[in-house]
Design a protein around this ligand. Structure first.
Ligand code: ADP
Length: 303
């Protein structure tokens, strides 16, 4: 099974003509509430790709929280280890201007109430072929503890260091596979990524040198670059699609890739499937509701 320890949010998305000035009120022409958070999105992506997924995280004691947990169950994500905190659900307030630019205010809510103590039973979820997936939207001590527990139990670890803030490099040796986008790779390696693939290679090498066994840098509409500690590398081009909404592109890529690897798919083919899944996700509006199923990905690849 795939054990995800990560964030669960309610996203409030307001579509507006232009951002308000300080002190100004503007009218939104459409507002949507959506279940989100990188932990939840990646769990849903892995489940839709055929993975058996448990999500460990925290919600609040409000009605949004109940709706979100119900929604996750509908995606066949095991929610038994989602804790209820005396707090509000984590939220993201997203204002999207007509130009497509966005402004986001995050409130960690229940995600910030997760403690290392809450994770002490995590190993009960680990079986012989389990993997762990973490991001960086819960307290850093919890992310670190989850990686350490997995390592102690011989469980393969995947780390998406997003957002790339407050990452301590001494956890890198606990990471089997790091998956990150261009801006996260820039902030972790301090290498400015130009259009040249040589910069991306250099950034990947630097991450490998810090103790990670495999790294994948996603490059938006350009594709992705994989490297392992044997210096093998694979560039996978993105599929050309009409991009409608790139929200959850990375989350879909990650969930799909891990589910494919779990099912024994070789890395080159797993990267191709992840690329197809995320291309489908960007060709549709929304976050979780834009994530395709394994059947949709297979159909897309057979076209
Ligand atoms: P994030 O969403 O984390 O910023 P990226 O933008 O790098 O991540 O996207 C992740 C993956 O999604 C890419 O490696 C690519 O395969 C796919 N993807 C992203 N944008 C597009 C696009 N416009 N067209 C096709 N595929 C895309």
């Amino acid at each position: 099974n795939i054990v995800v320890v990560g964030s669960i949010n309610m996203d409030f998305v307001c579509y507006i003509r232009r951002f308000p000035q300080p002190g100004e009120t503007v009218q939104s022409y459409r507002t949507e509430t959506k279940s989100g958070g990188k932990g939840a999105n990646q769990a849903v992506a892995a489940a839709l790709s055929g993975g058996k997924v448990s999500l460990v995280g925290a919600v609040g004691n409000d009605s949004y929280s109940r709706d979100i947990v119900f929604g996750l169950r509908n995606y066949r994500v095991d929610t038994d280890r989602i804790m209820q905190k005396k707090s509000d659900i984590g939220t993201a307030f997203i204002a999207v201007e007509e130009s497509g630019q966005n402004n986001i205010v995050i409130s960690e809510g229940a995600n910030g109430c997760l403690t290392v103590e809450d994770l002490k039973d995590l190993p009960e979820l680990f079986g012989p072929s389990s993997v762990l997936l973490v991001q960086n939207e819960i307290p850093w001590a919890c992310t670190r503890a989850a990686l350490q527990l997995a390592k102690d139990h011989g469980v393969r670890t995947y780390f998406n260091p997003a957002p790339a803030l407050g990452i301590e490099e001494d956890v890198f040796p606990l990471v089997d596979v790091m998956i990150l986008n261009e801006s996260e790779a820039e902030s972790i390696t301090s290498i400015r990524l130009s259009e040249e693939l040589s910069d991306v290679k250099q950034a990947a090498s630097r991450i490998i040198a810090l103790g990670v066994r495999e790294v994948i840098i996603t490059l938006g509409e350009k594709g992705s670059f994989y490297m392992n500690d044997q210096e093998e590398s694979i560039f996978t081009p993105a599929f050309s699609v009409h991009a409608v909404d790139t929200t959850a592109a990375g989350d879909t890529f990650i969930g799909s890739l891990i589910a494919a690897r779990q099912q024994g798919t070789p890395i080159r083919e797993a990267l191709r499937q992840a690329s197809a899944a995320s291309a489908l996700a960007v060709s549709r509006a929304g976050a979780q509701e834009s994530i395709p199923t394994a059947e949709e990905v297979a159909e897309f690849l057979s076209r």
